[in-house]
Design a protein around this ligand. Structure first.
Ligand code: BES
Ligand code: ZN
Length: 593
């Protein structure tokens, strides 16, 4: 039953083949075993249409042990599991007879599945129960479920998670009934909207929830719940602002889950249940732009999805643009501009790094990622350069016209997957000549930031300039927001001596800042000025939080200095067992350079 299908792959990070049947629905039943750190599961993939002829079905897997494959009537199907590729995992080929409408796979996940982190009770807030969570973006869903692991294939799903009694399971899906026996509880879920596999998401732990609005509640460990509910109390205002800008919210609920400290991202836009780092619990609602960002993905990313990681800017650049529009509604133009200024600093730094590393091509918006791990290619470039291109287009078209374009783009590709060519075609068709006006192709296919990039403007931004490399008086900075502090701290890199830093800290207690952006900003400033007395504080922070946005620059700064290089390696070794698998790999790669 072998035949050589013409290879047509929509995604360089997936074996998915356009000539083969398309998965459109998944039934997934998994038993969670904390002892062996494995899931024992069955996955049933239902096809869009019956396979017209006999032939292969290629699926992505990573570290899976497949015990049996059948068709939907239970008849055994033959399969071969290929060799593990370090980036892509192992291709699984199932041989389908003509007319097959789906396949059922029985399997077990690896104890080091890249999508999962298994936490000991000591790594949680409560300290009593273990915790497990998934993170599938970009290409980790395959370590949980054998699937066509590409955003080019959307699926609906139904799932059940069988967990030890006393633990609660949540998913980025609608909860259905649960049933309990003496030792175990089974939680049922249903996801009616079609999603790309990277949005499959769940968590298991000692979880409780509190309502924030009729369509939003926050989940966390019980001990953090009040703080979480306070920090995110404004979520309904975010939803209302976003709906006024981008159209009706399509996912029914917008719930939040505050993750354990090792969560490697600031947030993850899992549908119906955004995952958030606990570093957002600053006690002053100063980091809710991350909530605005993940909410914005409900339109830009989850509704209209990049077809693969080479077009990641269509997810993140659009989302940063949408995030700052929401922020503008909620907090005013000045605040949005300050965030844009921070973003500009970050992207300039990132571009300088890629250029030094000899990979300037990774600073194009449209990238070529064949053979490159998306986790390694990840940077702020698609976020902030993408944002700037959209700002340039908004400036050239005028806001009203640009808003119409944005809405028509979202409307045209709802629940679809898009390429950069789709973007170019849509904008050219609906606003002829606009792309040429801003030289969009230079933005898209050339490295760096074009000279015509828009610049952030704000009086508060101008007022900060004169303090760069100076120590402000208490009266100068008493009203600075955390964002202004970040701008000041970044702007002073390498410009202060040890005495000045001591005065600065004595005046403003930056080393004790509860806002982690400010705290980490302070640590990075001190390291940039050669003040290594902060190293114990760096070690304490790295021992606590796993957010890669902080780990990467902190480890890079330590690794870059002769007198802290060995310490950076030792710090990594000390923490690696407790680190998230993605963070572990990224930091190991950084220290090997
Ligand atoms: N979807 C991303 C996180 C992500 C990207 C995970 C790629 C895995 C692979 C999320 O929406 C995000 O961008 N988070 C940011 C938030 C920020 C830009 C406000 C983060 O984690 O810092
Ligand atoms: Zn994002």
């Amino acid at each position: 039953m072998e035949y050589d299908a013409p290879m047509a792959r929509p995604d360089p990070h997936s074996v998915t083949d356009d000539a083969q049947p398309r998965t459109r629905h998944l039934e997934w039943d998994a038993r969670v075993d904390f002892g062996s750190k494995t899931l024992t599961a069955t996955a049933t993939l239902h096809f869009h249409a019956a396979a017209p002829v006999a032939g292969p079905l290629d699926l992505d897997t990573r570290g899976l042990t497949i015990s049996r494959v059948t068709d939907l009537s239970g008849a055994t199907l033959s399969f071969e599991l290929g060799k593990e590729d370090p980036i892509l995992g192992a291709p699984l080929r199932v041989n389908l007879p003509a007319g097959t409408t789906g396949v059922k796979l029985e399997y077990r996940t690896a104890s080091d599945a890249s999508a999962l982190q298994w936490l000991e009770p000591a790594q949680t807030h409560g300290g009593k129960q273990p915790y497990l969570f998934s993170q599938c973006q970009a290409i980790h869903a395959r370590s949980l479920v054998p699937c066509q692991d590409t955003p080019a294939r959307r699926i609906s799903y139904r799932a059940s998670l069988d967990v030890p009694q006393g633990l609660v399971a949540v998913m980025g899906a609608a909860p259905r009934t649960s049933s309990t026996t003496t030792a175990r509880t089974t939680f049922h879920f249903e996801m009616p909207q079609v999603i790309p596999p990277y949005l499959l998401a769940f968590a298991v732990g000692d979880l409780a929830s509190k309502d924030l609005s009729p369509r939003s509640r926050v989940w966390s460990e019980p001990g953090l719940l009040d703080a979480a509910a306070w920090e995110f109390a404004d979520v309904e205002r975010h939803l209302a602002a976003a709906e006024s800008l981008f159209g009706e919210y399509d996912w029914e609920r917008f719930d939040l889950l505050v993750m354990p400290p090792s969560f490697p991202y600031g947030g993850m836009e899992n549908p119906r249940l955004t995952f958030l780092t606990p570093t957002l619990l600053a006690g002053d609602r100063s980091m809710v732009n991350v909530v605005a960002h993940e909410l914005a993905h409900s339109w830009t990313g989850n509704l209209v999805t990049n077809v693969n990681a080479e077009h990641f800017w269509l997810n993140e650049g659009f989302t940063v643009f949408a995030e700052r529009r929401i922020l503008e509604v909620l907090e005013g133009q000045e605040v949005a501009e300050l965030h844009a200024a921070l973003g500009r600093n970050d992207v300039d730094d990132a571009i300088a790094r890629f250029t030094r590393a000899g990979t300037p091509e990774l600073t194009c918006l449209r990238t070529k990622l064949e053979g490159i791990d998306p986790d390694e290619a990840f940077s702020v470039v698609p976020y902030e350069k993408g944002y700037l291109l959209l700002r340039a287009l908004e400036g050239a078209a005028g806001r009203t016209r640009f808003d119409e374009l944005l809405q028509s783009w979202l409307q045209a590709h709802r629940f679809g997957a898009v390429t950069t060519d789709d973007f170019l075609a849509h904008f050219e068709q609906h606003a002829p000549g606009l792309l040429a006006k801003v030289d969009a192709l230079e933005w898209i296919d050339q490295p760096g930031i074009p000279a015509n990039a828009p610049r952030a403007h704000s009086a508060r931004l101008d007022a900060l300039q004169k303090f760069k490399g100076q120590v402000p008086e208490s009266s100068d900075a008493s009203a600075w927001s955390p964002t202004e502090w970040q701008l000041y701290l970044e702007g002073s890199h390498g410009k202060l001596n040890a005495d000045q830093l001591a005065t600065l800290d004595a005046r403003f207690s930056l080393s004790k800042a509860k806002n982690t952006e400010v705290h980490v900003g302070w640590l990075l400033l001190a390291l940039s000025c050669g003040v290594t007395s902060v190293v114990p504080q760096v070690e304490a922070f790295v021992g606590k939080f796993g957010r890669m946005k902080y780990l990467k620059p902190l480890f890079t700064a330590l690794h870059a200095r002769a007198d802290t290089k060995a310490g950076a390696k030792a710090l990594f070794e000390k923490n690696r067992e407790r680190m998230h698998p993605i963070a572990k790999q990224v930091i190991a790669g950084l220290l090997a350079k």
